[in-house]
Design a protein around this ligand. Structure first.
Ligand code: ADP
Ligand code: MG
Length: 761
């Protein structure tokens, strides 16, 4: 398996002829010995259960001709010849599953695993089946990773980054790159930090002078009026220096805070905007593989943590680090022996800090998990309130919420209690430092080896050393969190975007609309093709109806035309140019898509119609709306074109949304029009209006229309019937009805269904 640092980017091939997990060298040697010599390992995976249900490691290894199961304690448990196998079965069960390989003579091979491994074993089962049938192995090896490959810890999100395994140093270097454009501010920051530190270090020294020179000096003198005057003058001067230091420190802190806030905010804004830009440019494939919620949290939470780190964390670390060094230097200079005394509690503080924060990490994780459970659950039920009420399940939801809420409270209380214990122990330990200094330092003073002022200065410095130490135990966990966030952000930034600005791409500002599929094969998962070897040539202006059962690949076909995905084999040409060579912006600009469930964005109706053509004039928008049969309903609303559509267009009815979407596509004025079930989710009357609008729109454009109401495709020039991933029939509606093939059957089926519904009504 791969290393985090060199994990393949998502566009690299995900399928392969091999799925081999690394085993410990000793185990690997035994497995290799048990395989026929000279054969290669094709699959080797770890299972984590015994057939009886206890957790225990088992290894399943498959070579060219042999399947074996190895148990670290018992050696090879099963070993069968591939030719022996009669059946491969993978049964998902509650909390896990089992893979069973039935053989002609030998007993059935059974491997049990927990649910985190289900996906892996379903691929293994598929691979075994392929091998049994003598096919080359083609399985998906880029499985969803739930645990870290390297340290086997649970990952915070599926396929996520393991916080324990990131290279902190290289991440830090990369984060600093975002500061680089603001070098002078960073230099100013460093200067301000040094001044702030310096200003903090001076006052104890002055105190020392006040005690030693002013007070003790005066007491030791003859106490004449001249001595008095001298002492008071010195006191005034030293206090003035203190005032000066305060002012300097105030100014430096002020500047420091200002620069830090500015730099941190600016750098994270840069990162955030780079991230968002990349998210917009990534292919749909990227989105297929991730959850929107997880991506959202990268834009908001992870960049937020990074900002926290840059604004609060890093400067705090630097200042306190500098200060520690400065103070230690001073202390050693004043008295080496006392310095050693001060350092006595330090190892205890450090050990306690590390131990404690390790412990707290568990709490924090549980706390985080429970929180996200609660928020996910709440978001889901609030969105689905209609369903909750319809089934009158309010009580149940309240109960679930109450349970989670109690759990959070409980963890929260325990966390707080722990925290209190932590700080109490810290002050207990540092208290010892104080006692040591008084006792031993006091003796030094009495013996006259150090002055009283020195002891008092020591006392102040000591607190400056202990203060930051309280936090140093926490630095690691807290840096880890910030860096893991940064890595999640960088992962997105590093993914290859769609190639909008490929200089080599051919630009066709005005396409004709000739579309040609040549031997196109495509699957979302390459080992399970949805479309197989599709050939189709479409003339400019032609209207093609795509027909087939649900899930046959109709939407997939048009996804390929819009180049949301690239074909695995074969080519798709537009006006004779392979779409992979065509400028992507040109291509998308000339394709208009109307979907079954059109998506509108919050804003007004007018803004939504103009979405694809920024700066469209109002008259243009009205013309488009008229053509889409939308104008009438729009002006009937009190705010007309200024009407707000709500989130995702939810304040409009389905039919209204659909017509706004059609108007939007009209204004976009595409040469290739794609209608994916555009009339499926509206009532009959609206459907007629939409059909009429579509009728107007189709003229002079190459159109691909998908509709499961076959009657609506009567006007198509040709119908293409898909079945089992292939084109099985092509022809006009009338042709195909005469031929009495697949299409005819589908029509019959649908008419029968509508008759039954009519009777039932
Ligand atoms: P339809 O003909 O109903 O439009 P689709 O083209 O949407 O069918 O889907 C064809 C097949 O591809 C289905 O089996 C579907 O489950 C699968 N599929 C569709 N979209 C995705 C996706 N984004 N990721 C993985 N599989 C998909
Ligand atoms: Mg579809």
């Amino acid at each position: 398996m791969t290393d985090i640092a060199e994990r393949p980017s998502i566009d690299q091939a995900m399928w392969s002829e091999r799925l081999v997990e690394t085993a410990a060298p000793a185990i690997q040697a035994e497995i290799t010995r048990a395989l026929p010599s000279g054969e290669e390992l094709l699959m080797q995976v770890r299972a984590d259960m015994e057939v009886e249900g206890q957790f225990r490691t088992r290894w399943l290894a498959v070579s060219d001709s042999r399947v074996l199961v190895y148990a670290p304690d018992d050696g090879v448990i099963n070993s069968v010849d591939l030719a022996e196998i009669t059946l491969v079965r993978n049964d998902p069960l509650v909390g896990g599953g089992r893979l069973e390989v039935e053989c002609r003579q030998a007993p059935t091979v059974v491997v049990a695993y927990s649910s985190t491994m289900s996906e892996k074993f379903s691929e293994v089962a598929r691979g075994l089946e392929q091998m049994r049938q003598g096919q080359p192995l083609a399985i998906n090896t880029q499985l969803e990773r739930i645990r870290c490959d390297r340290c086997h810890r649970l990952l915070p999100e599926k396929d996520g980054i393991c916080p324990a395994c990131i290279h902190k140093w290289s991440t830090l270097k990369r984060i600093s790159c975002y500061i680089a454009p603001y070098k002078w501010k960073a230099v100013a920051l460093a200067v301000a930090s040094v001044i702030t530190t310096g200003a903090e270090l001076v006052p104890p020294l002055i105190t020392m002078r006040i005690v030693d020179d002013v007070f003790l000096g005066y007491f030791a003198s003859k106490k004449s009026p001249a001595d008095l005057e001298h002492s008071v003058q010195l006191l005034g001067f030293l206090v003035l220096v203190l005032v000066g230091m305060r002012i300097v420190s105030w100014g430096a802190e002020w500047a420091h805070g200002w620069i830090v806030a500015w730099l941190g905010a600016q750098a994270t804004a840069d990162i955030r905007s780079e991230l968002y830009k990349r998210l917009e440019m990534l292919s749909l494939q990227f989105y297929d593989e991730r959850k929107v919620g997880a991506l959202m949290s990268r834009v908001t939470r992870d960049t937020g943590r990074l900002q926290e780190f840059l604004v609060d964390g890093l400067p705090y670390l630097i200042i306190n680090g500098l200060m520690m060094l400065g103070i230690l230097g001073f202390l050693v200079w004043m008295s080496r022996q006392l310095t050693l005394y001060i350092l006595v509690p330090v190892p205890f503080l450090l050990i306690w800090g590390v131990v404690f924060w390790q412990r707290m990490r568990r709490f924090f994780r549980r706390w985080g998990e429970t929180w996200s459970n609660l928020t996910d659950r709440t978001a889901e039920t609030l969105t689905g309130m209609r369903v909750v009420k319809a089934f009158s399940q309010e009580g149940r939801e309240m109960h679930t919420f109450g349970m989670l809420n109690r759990k959070i409270t409980e963890i929260g209380v325990r966390t707080s209690v722990n925290r209190t214990v932590f700080f109490a122990t810290i002050s207990f330990l540092t208290g010892f430092g104080v006692l040591i200094v008084w006792f031993f330092g006091g003796q030094e003073v009495i013996a006259g080896r150090i002055s009283l002022g020195t002891l008092l200065a020591f006392y102040s410095y000591m607190w400056m050393v202990y203060g930051p130490l309280e936090w140093f135990g926490q630095v690691n966990s807290w840096m880890t969190r910030a860096f893991a966030g940064a890595e999640r952000v960088f992962e997105v930034i590093d993914t290859d975007p769609e190639s909008y600005d490929d200089a080599k791409a051919i630009s066709i500002p005005q396409i004709q609309g000739r579309v040609r599929f040549q031997g196109v094969t495509f699957g979302y998962d390459k080992s399970k093709p949805v479309l197989k070897d599709i050939d189709l040539e479409v003339q400019p202006g032609e209207m093609i109806g795509i027909v087939g059962r649900s899930g046959v690949g109709k939407t997939t076909t048009i996804n390929l035309i819009a180049r949301f995905y690239d074909a695995d084999h074969g080519t798709i040409e537009i006006d004779g140019v392979d779409i992979r060579q065509l400028n992507l912006r040109d291509l998308r600009r000339q394709i208009g898509i109307v979907l079954q469930e059109p998506i509108l964005f919050s804003g007004t109706i007018g803004e939504n119609i103009g979405y694809g053509k920024p700066g469209a004039r109002f008259e243009e928008i009205v013309v488009a709306a008229r053509l889409a049969n939308a104008h009438n309903f729009i002006v009937a609303k009190p705010d007309g074109y200024e009407t707000q559509v709500g989130e995702m267009g939810s304040w409009l009815s389905g039919g209204e949304r659909q017509r706004v979407a059609i108007a939007r596509a009209m204004l976009h004025n595409p040469k290739i029009l794609i209608l994916d079930e555009a009339t499926s989710s509206v009532d009959v009357e609206t459907e007629q209006q939409i059909q009429q609008a579509i009728g107007r729109m189709v003229e002079g454009r190459t159109t691909f229309a998908i509709s499961h109401r076959l009657s609506t495709l009567r006007d198509a020039d040709r119908l293409v019937i898909l079945d089992g991933g292939k084109i099985v029939e092509v022809g006009t509606h009338a042709d195909l009805m005469m031929r009495r093939g697949v299409f005819y059957d589908l029509v019959q089926l649908q008419e029968e269904a509508s008759r039954i519904i009519a009777i039932a009504d």
